[in-house]
Design a binder for this molecule. Structure first.
Ligand SMILES: NC(=O)c1ccc[n+]([C@@H]2O[C@H](COP(=O)([O-])OP(=O)(O)OC[C@H]3O[C@@H](n4cnc5c(N)ncnc54)[C@H](O)[C@@H]3O)[C@@H](O)[C@H]2O)c1
Ligand SMILES: O=C(O)C(=O)C[C@@H](O)[C@H](O)[C@H](O)COP(=O)(O)O
Ligand SMILES: [Zn+2]
Length: 361
């Protein structure tokens, strides 16, 4: 088992990320290591419940826990205020107290939503993340960003609230659809872009999902290590942590513009990374030819690199004003000087203007 620890010493927060094939089969002993009471509320979605719900419930019941399982509709639209209210009502009906536990079993949608419910229910209860998508195993379960979406923008209401434990079992990735696996690859590729050229080159060598899966534990550990280090140096997202937002300024606007229906998070940030780098390459900030290299690797994972409707670029731009990286009226963006080397910068007022012409830079 690979164990990484997240230490946010300024907040006295320390928790392990455990990565092991088959970890889901000895779940109860892992939960026992961080939780001594009886009641656990499991939040999951219908796909994950059908695949893994019984296995999780059987083990926890056999270990003597008293459970309730809250099952939500799969998909981004579930990361909503309505579902937050629904979860609170279920927790109250179950009589979950401040000293009890919530377990987030699912992808990034479940982790973000249940995590925010845990952060705010009774002003905060303990929670454990069991991420079941590649995206959640390499990114969303680590670092304590929890949130819901609003029609006005992604993750606009949330908190920094860390789990007590993150249990990552790569075996559960076997049941992902190709498209959901590829969503996770968009964030994996992001890590190469922002931080590690060698890692990016390694990703270029993989010819298929099976080849990635053959080395999945180290791929997950490499991504979690990059994220853990950035989170530890800037938990509240005011400096280095913002680098994790490469491609997200445009990506989040795309998701919101299409009401969280047309593009998944992974697909939207794939388009966002390419659009952002194309703009900065044209300005001479990013290395010549880097956009094409990024586009090529994203296409290897069947990720979109352009909006289906080029005219829509101009329609998504107004949503960028709601980006959380903005300071007063200044837009803050993440740019690559080269693949593997990123920084933040204040964007000039007309920075996004070329997109208004339909993505012709
Ligand atoms: N908090 C963070 O730091 C952070 C980081 C990155 C992304 N996110 C958020 O994560 C969300 C996207 O997460 P996602 O891509 O995991 O989407 P998701 O949670 O919607 O999961 C995608 C699909 O996979 C299904 N699924 C989950 N596990 C499965 C399994 N093992 N086998 C088969 N099907 C399975 C789900 O039911 C769903 O249909 C977005 O809301 C994004 O904003 C948060
Ligand atoms: O953890 C972070 O910090 C990230 O930016 C990781 C992103 O991949 C993730 O999508 C995150 O939810 C975006 O956060 P936001 O603050 O831009 O909503
Ligand atoms: Zn993301």
């Amino acid at each position: 088992m690979a164990v990484l620890t997240v230490d946010v010493t300024s907040e006295d927060i320390h928790y392990p990320l455990k990565i092991e094939k088959g970890l889901l089969n000895h779940l109860a002993e892992e939960i026992k290591s961080v939780y001594k009471n009886k009641k656990i509320a499991i939040v999951t979605d219908a796909h994950v419940q059908a695949l893994y719900g019984e296995r999780v419930v059987e083990q926890l019941e056999a270990a003597g826990y008293e459970l309730t399982v809250i099952v939500l509709e799969p998909g981004e639209q579930s990361k909503s205020l309505e579902n937050l209210q629904h979860i609170f009502s279920e927790l109250i009906a179950f009589g979950l107290s401040r000293s009890d536990l919530m377990l987030a079993l699912g992808g990034g949608v479940i982790g973000d939503l249940a995590g925010f419910a845990a952060a705010s229910y009774l002003r905060g209860i303990a929670f454990v993340q069991i991420p079941t998508t590649l995206l959640a195993q390499v990114d969303s379960s680590v670092g304590g960003k929890v949130a819901i979406d609003l029609p006005e923008g992604k993750n606009l209401v949330g908190a920094f609230y860390h789990p007590k434990l993150v249990l990552i079992d790569p075996n559960v990735l076997e049941t992902l659809s190709d498209s959901t696996f590829n969503d996770g690859m968009a964030e994996v590729i992001k890590y190469g872009c922002i931080h590690d050229h060698d890692f990016f080159e390694q990703l270029k060598q993989y010819q298929s999902r099976a080849e990635v899966m053959a080395e999945i534990e180290s791929v997950i550990a490499d991504c979690c290590t990059i994220k853990r280090d950035l989170v530890q140096s800037d938990e509240r997202d005011t400096s280095e942590r913002m680098l994790l937002n490469f491609g997200h300024t445009i990506g989040h606007a795309i998701e919101a513009y299409y009401r969280y229906e047309k593009y998944t998070h992974g697909q939207a940030i794939s388009i966002g990374m390419v659009a952002m780098n194309r703009l900065t390459e044209a300005l001479g900030i990013s290395a010549e030819g880097s956009t094409e290299i990024i586009e090529t690797i994203l296409k290897q994972y069947a990720l979109p690199t352009e909006l289906a409707e080029a005219a829509d670029y101009q329609k998504i731009l107004p949503l960028i004003k709601n980006d959380k990286k903005n300071i007063e009226n200044a837009l803050f963006i993440v740019v690559l000087d080269a693949i593997g080397k990123s920084r933040t910068m204040a964007a000039p007022v007309d920075f996004f203007a070329p997109l208004l012409k339909g993505n012709e830079v």
